[in-house]
Design a protein around this ligand. Structure first.
Ligand code: WQD
Length: 341
């Protein structure tokens, strides 16, 4: 059986392709290269020794999606990462986000529904919880009104899958609600490649340390948390990638209960912005140039996962520490600055 990974040249997608190949799966990638470079295929191949098949396609073009599945009848599972994911941009361009993130999902599900049996892993996000009332956050926490069109596309995406699975038992799906993915493959052959000014904390830290940014702005230290800065659950991207393989195997081995399940994928531990900075300084031996500024609109105070369901049902648990992840992020940053990607 062949597994389709959409967005497989992206940050989480490329790490998941590596783990799939190392588990013996044949992989074909679809990516439109709007937010990733084809060079990532070289990085994947350098790690696994196997070059994945690659199709440069835009999943918003229905005919192209239908044609792909006609040309690849052996695809029996899809891990769907391809989506626009910049929270701020989604506020400015909502229709682009609804069109891209939802149409592509619908076309993929329409194709899978024509097969006798298929596995579908959906890239969801802890964003669906908004500011949860209780920490750690369980999968039963209420889904709150999204704070951005991006977050809304994840909520609506999950609903589309639920409604599809209700009437199409042949489609078996698992949604993984990611917390904050960080770090890079220990080989430093693949990692995070933000285009332009990084929106996320960790690439901004490593780019500041590498001299690409003057100073990190810490968005607020007046939150009701121990050190006043926001708390998140930062998970090593390789741990996150492994969770996708385990979820896929659960479906393929017909162990899933019903044909739709949801799992939080995090470490279960919350870390503040200042603790992430301290971790970076510890593993890099560099002191970071940062200043405290005002709050960023839309930030939740804290979000970290209750991962007991993934631990017990999937048999999956994050293994890497925050220091491991920050060390891998810094190693990757230094590698790409020597050989600009
Ligand atoms: C983390 C913390 C910031 C940058 C986002 C998306 C979420 C998911 C992960 C896709 C916050 C602070 C950040 C900076 C800072 N993406 N920060 N200075 O916002 O938790 O989640 O990425 O699924 O959907 O919302 O991650 O890394 O942007 O911020 O102080 O320059 O770092 O305020 O407290 P976030 P982040």
């Amino acid at each position: 059986m062949k597994i389709l990974v959409t967005g497989g040249l992206g940050f989480i997608g490329s790490h998941t392709v590596v783990e799939l190949q190392q588990e013996g799966f044949e992989v074909v990638i679809i990516d439109d290269c709007s937010n990733a470079s084809e060079n990532v295929l070289d990085g994947i191949t350098a790690i696994t020794g196997k070059r994945p098949q690659f199709e440069k396609l835009n999943l918003r073009v229905k005919e192209d999606v239908l044609d792909f599945f006609k040309r690849y009848p052996e695809v029996g599972g899809v891990i769907h990462f391809a989506a626009s994911k910049a929270v701020g941009e989604s506020v400015e361009k909502p229709l682009l986000y609804y069109e891209n993130n939802l149409n592509s999902l619908i076309y993929l599900l329409q194709c899978l529904s024509k097969k006798d049996n298929s596995a579908f892993i959906f890239s969801s996000s802890c964003t669906v919880y908004g500011q949860a009332d209780e920490m750690p956050i369980t999968e039963d926490a209420p889904v709150k009104p999204a704070e951005s069109p991006y977050g809304n596309t994840k909520q609506i995406g999950e609903e589309i899958i639920v409604d599809t699975c209700k009437v199409m038992p042949q489609v078996k799906a698992i949604a993984l609600r990611y917390f904050n993915p960080i770090g890079a493959h220990p080989s430093a052959e693949i990692g995070e490649l933000p285009i332009g000014v990084p929106q996320n904390l960790v690439p901004f830290i490593t780019q500041t340390a590498a001299g690409l940014r003057d100073q990190l702005a810490v968005f607020g230290d007046d939150y009701p948390t121990p050190d006043g800065t926001c708390i998140r659950d930062y998970i090593h991207v390789v741990d996150l990638a492994k969770a996708h393989v385990v979820a896929l195997q659960r479906i393929l081995q017909e162990e899933s209960e019903g044909n739709y399940e949801v799992f939080n994928i995090g470490t279960g531990k919350g870390s503040s912005v200042l603790e992430v900075i301290e971790s970076f300084e510890r593993v890099s031996g560099n002191s970071l140039n940062y200043k405290i500024t005002g709050r960023r609109p839309g930030d939740v105070i804290q979000a970290y996962a209750d991962t007991s369901k993934a631990n017990s049902v999937l048999g999956w648990k994050a293994k890497s520490t925050l220091d491991d992840a920050m060390k891998s992020a810094w190693q990757w940053e230094r590698k790409i600055r020597k050989q600009p990607y």
